[in-house]
Design a protein around this ligand. Structure first.
Ligand SMILES: *[C@@H]1O[C@H](CO)[C@@H](O)[C@H](O)[C@H]1NC(C)=O
Ligand SMILES: *[C@@H]1O[C@H](CO)[C@@H](O)[C@H](O)[C@H]1NC(C)=O
Ligand SMILES: *[C@@H]1O[C@H](CO)[C@@H](O)[C@H](O)[C@H]1NC(C)=O
Ligand SMILES: *[C@@H]1O[C@H](CO)[C@@H](O)[C@H](O)[C@H]1NC(C)=O
Ligand SMILES: *[C@@H]1O[C@H](CO)[C@@H](O)[C@H](O)[C@H]1NC(C)=O
Ligand SMILES: *[C@@H]1O[C@H](CO)[C@@H](O)[C@H](O)[C@H]1NC(C)=O
Length: 487
């Protein structure tokens, strides 16, 4: 089947592209959808959030819901169907109520470290969209297992981030994945604000359920549109940490990958990436700059965008050098997945797996159709997150922005242009970093912010370069730059 996708290059115009891909929506499609909605008759509210120090907490109400006694034990997973032999760490999954009246609950999957779990930090992972599931991170990226091409069995990811941290994957806000609300009218009120608020409520109550993690060093990580979620949740934690009669979350840092953080420069960076990576002609890039930058909603700009797509042809925008998932790809019972070779059909294997009733039961999820993303209406989304990022830097939160350098959706040029608008002084100049004696990427340390690239990785960095991604995130968690060759 040929699926026609709307590709809406930012804020602005939509172009029809014909992509021979499988017919499920992904993070990029949802990001494009949000950007398109910015120029609709009813755009999401794009007001900046108030300055952290000015934000008066008038509306503060305690978010502690109810006792969590016994729920940790109840959430323990015996085994996931089809998991490999020799699983040497504990896994939990279940629901945390974030609004008892409306019946809103958020689903989480939590994996502890095989070793040193009692001292390793606590890490929360969020995928983007908006409105995509963080189980993508768990089962296609940095989680302990990936799904085999049979859609039924799992194999181990040797480079899972739970080697160095205890990792929570949270499906937020309600409506996504297994998370739900019994007041379904809530779904049309989704947005950045409610996502931050509910994720915070989740955390405070989850820490009651897992009290051994209450004072643990805490980090938030994520990718793509989580470039909004992650800084906004960090902001919400700092705001609420002022109320010391409830759990003070020991937030240490955030790391966001190929992250949407500043619409305008992200947009320009995307087209410059197309040009510098031989996907667009010189003429097309010139026309784009002439007619679209600074952005102007003219026919000439639309023409330049259309020409850009036509120049490029059908490539996987997540990873411009990847194979596409063939249309006639069938489940192959005898093939085994490999963490060293990301299969372009992985989304399909994961959807098959998570829709098996025995898998949903093992996860303690309410039986339902699970999908990667869910079409929630998005009510608010600032056009830039840089002011929040600056406030986090001022509060001594460690901020890392990392970038898989073969992603074409929020490419490395976009992140560089966005960071450059901050005009930060350089502390440690650009240098290569290494994994296994090979360049894993490049890093530059600014005052208050680290920018690291991951060489040969697409939009979902740990999918394509799992070992390099683990090196990078281990350094982040240890508070040091990724290794030089001779460390
Ligand atoms: C939602 O409604 C179902 C069916 O009435 C009920 O079983 C479930 O407990 C409710 N969930 C919450 C969080 O209230
Ligand atoms: C666990 O901690 C010990 C002591 O700090 C350390 O030597 C060891 O390398 C750690 N193991 C892993 C897998 O990180
Ligand atoms: C915590 O303190 C705030 C005022 O700062 C108060 O409104 C709230 O009720 C208190 N919460 C609890 C659980 O005692
Ligand atoms: C797949 O893995 C299973 C279990 O490890 C093994 O028995 C089988 O031979 C493998 N199949 C292929 C095609 O490598
Ligand atoms: C299935 O996978 C096996 C092992 O990788 C391979 O030899 C075989 O050609 C595949 N079959 C199909 C129909 O793709
Ligand atoms: C800033 O954070 C670092 C690392 O967590 C810590 O060592 C340092 O003491 C902090 N500085 C201030 C002023 O809080």
């Amino acid at each position: 089947m040929k699926l026609t996708l709307f590709a809406c290059w930012l804020l602005f115009f939509c172009i029809f592209l014909a992509f021979p891909i499988t017919n499920h929506a992904n993070q990029i499609e949802f990001l494009d959808k949000l950007m398109k909605s910015r120029k609709s008759d009813n755009p999401p509210n794009s007001d900046a959030w108030p300055d952290l120090d000015d934000a008066i907490n008038d509306e503060y109400s305690p978010v502690y819901i109810s006792t969590q006694d016994g729920l940790m034990e109840a959430d323990k997973i015996d085994a996931l169907p089809g998991q490999p032999e020799g699983v040497d760490f504990d896994q939990y999954a279940g629901y945390v109520t974030v609004d008892p009246k409306g019946g809103r609950v958020l689903f989480y999957y939590f994996v502890e470290s095989p070793q040193n779990s009692s001292t390793n930090p606590l890490v929360l992972w969020l995928n983007g969209g908006p409105a995509c599931s963080s189980l993508i991170g768990a089962m296609e990226e940095q989680g302990p297992f990936r799904v085999n091409p049979d859609g039924k069995t799992l194999y181990r990811n040797d480079y899972a981030w739970n080697n160095v941290a205890n990792v929570i994957f949270l499906e937020t806000p309600a409506g996504i994945g297994f998370s739900y609300s019994n007041t379904t009218s809530d779904y049309s009120q989704s947005g950045d604000k409610i996502t931050a608020k509910e994720s915070y409520t989740f955390l405070v109550n989850w820490l009651e359920r897992f009290p051994q993690y209450k004072s643990r060093d805490f980090y938030i990580t994520g990718e793509s549109y989580a470039g909004h979620y992650v800084p906004q949740l960090a902001y919400t934690i700092l705001l609420n940490n002022k109320h010391t009669n409830q759990t003070v979350i020991n937030l240490k840092g955030i790391a966001i990958g190929n992250a949407e953080i500043n619409d305008e420069s992200d947009y320009e960076g995307q087209y410059d990436y197309f040009w510098t990576h031989a996907l667009n002609s010189d003429e097309t890039n010139k026309a784009f700059h002439k007619h679209c930058i600074p952005y102007s909603p003219t026919d000439e700009c639309t023409d330049a965008e259309v020409q850009s797509d036509s120049d490029m042809g059908t490539v996987d925008i997540y990873n411009i050098y990847a194979h596409l998932c063939p249309l006639d790809r069938k489940i192959n019972k005898s093939a085994n997945g490999s963490v060293h070779q990301f299969d372009p059909c992985t989304d399909g294997f994961m959807i098959d797996y998570l829709n098996l009733p025995e898998v949903q039961k093992a996860f303690h999820a309410r039986l339902k159709q699970w999908n990667l993303c869910w079409p929630l209406d998005w009510k608010d989304s600032p056009k830039t997150i840089l002011p929040i990022i600056k406030q986090l830097m001022a509060k001594n939160i460690s901020v890392w922005i990392y970038s898989g350098d073969i992603d074409g959706r929020v490419p490395v040029t976009s992140s560089r242009y966005s960071i450059n608008t901050l005009k930060l002084p350089i502390k440690t100049p650009w240098r290569p970093w290494y994994t296994d004696d090979e360049v894993g990427g490049y890093v530059v340390e600014y005052k208050g912010l680290v920018f690291a690239t991951v060489r040969g990785a697409g939009h979902q960095v740990p999918s394509y370069q799992p070992e390099r991604a683990l090196t990078m995130i281990s350094s982040f968690l240890q508070g040091k730059l990724p290794p030089t060759r001779f460390e």
